[in-house]
Design a protein around this ligand. Structure first.
Ligand SMILES: Cc1cc2nc3c(=O)[nH]c(=O)nc-3n(C[C@H](O)[C@H](O)[C@H](O)COP(=O)(O)OP(=O)(O)OC[C@H]3O[C@@H](n4cnc5c(N)ncnc54)[C@H](O)[C@@H]3O)c2cc1C
Length: 345
């Protein structure tokens, strides 16, 4: 039986996709479920401030995390039930998300194709209800198994209890409370493919695909993402740094009257509209901006980038200035998408 491995003063530079330097006072590496159960018996450890760390692709380490950093390496995948209509598939927290998407497509299960190539681990997918190209993972999650630090128990939350919303969930709202252990996905054999969004149909046409299957859609999404998003292996970033802001319909109308090219989308909340944060940032002239090693990508205005040696605090400072300029010019409040550690927004 493996035990958790505890490391003091562990460097986190290579454990976050912004590639900023930070130190974990205590890092626990958990190789399997038995090691996790062993760790969960240490009450002193569990009373410390906690950061569960996946691949660090949705984090800005603006300072050192204050307590325990927990890294779960549980990598099991199992088909729990399967029939002609679909399957219930369970994946543990440490499974790499994109590998899981390909595992499901390989078994001819649909649903996750629009979410291909999102970095990170399965355990992080429910945290902000990862979404891309018109799909959100919450649509396919049946149950999340998690350790609840409030009750000291492992619990199973059904879809409704997860409170999924746009880049949000109960887990994101109470980040210190939950340790996601595994996620169960209900995936259909066949569903209506979403190809109307942001260039997928055009990409499929360019690929010469006329009757797409889910695997074709995943391939189109991968091609689009590879072209449009800066690769964290080449330049530090955490994907979109800001959520698309939601405003009421009247505010959206007023903004449109003054900015006819502003993209406005429907929102899941009645009476609300979603605005393109990337458009607002671009309109304020930030795209391609650089100060020292902190900057805004020249490929995508929503992506904050580390050109090399920027600190988390410098990146946070730039993000705050971007948000302030959008507030001054458009009266719209931007909220960061990644979790900010070691400072508050
Ligand atoms: C290039 C790029 C593109 C991206 N594109 C998208 C996109 O299209 N859509 C999208 O939604 N996101 C996107 N992201 C953000 C990111 O990939 C996702 O949010 C991903 O789910 C984060 O996974 P992670 O393992 O890296 O989590 P981390 O960054 O390590 O953690 C993120 C948050 O989840 C918590 N967490 C992680 N694992 C657990 C767990 N097991 N239990 C409890 N809490 C946990 C952390 O404490 C933290 O609060 C992108 C990021 C990059 C770098």
């Amino acid at each position: 039986m493996a035990s958790p491995r505890l490391l003091e003063n562990a460097p986190l530079l290579t454990r976050n996709t912004f590639r900023v330097a930070a130190t974990a006072p205590l890092l626990a590496e958990v190789p399997d479920r038995a090691a996790l159960d062993e760790l969960l018996r240490f009450e002193t450890l569990l009373r410390m401030p906690l950061l569960v760390l996946g691949q660090g692709s949705n984090l800005l380490l603006a300072g050192d995390p204050p307590g325990l950093v927990l890294h779960l390496d549980l990598r099991g995948i199992a088909v729990v039930r399967e029939d002609a209509d679909g399957a219930l598939v369970r994946a543990e927290a440490g499974v790499v998300w994109n590998e899981f998407v390909h595992y499901t497509l390989g078994r001819r299960l649909e649903g996750l194709e629009n979410l291909a190539l999102i970095p990170g681990h399965v355990g992080a997918a429910p945290i902000q209800n990862i979404g891309a190209y018109g799909a959100e993972v919450g649509q396919f999650i049946e149950t999340v198994e998690a350790f609840d630090r409030a009750s000291g128990r492992v619990v199973r939350l059904d879809n409704a209890a997860c409170g999924f919303a746009y880049r949000d969930s109960v887990f994101k709202r109470q980040p210190e409370r939950w340790i996601v252990i595994a996620v169960e996905f209900r995936l259909p054999r066949q569903h209506e493919l979403q190809t109307a969004y942001a260039g997928i149909a055009e990409e499929l046409a360019a690929m010469g695909v006329t009757s797409p299957r889910a695997a074709h859609v995943a391939e189109a999404v991968i091609r689009l993402r590879t072209r449009k998003l800066p690769d964290p292996a080449l330049i530090g970033n955490a994907g979109s740094f800001f959520k698309n802001p939601q405003v009421d319909a009247t505010t959206a109308q007023d903004l449109l009257a003054h900015n006819p090219r502003l993209p406005v989308y429907s929102a899941s909340t009645p009476g609300q509209r979603k605005l393109s944060a990337g458009w607002l940032i671009d309109a304020c002239g930030w795209k391609g901006f650089r100060e020292g090693d902190a900057g805004i990508s020249d490929r995508h205005a929503l992506v904050l980038v580390n050109h090399g040696q920027a600190s988390g605090a410098q990146l946070l400072d730039l993000a705050r200035r971007v948000a302030a300029s959008i507030r001054d010019r458009f009266g719209v409040t931007l909220e960061p998408e990644p979790r900010i550690v070691g400072a508050s927004w």
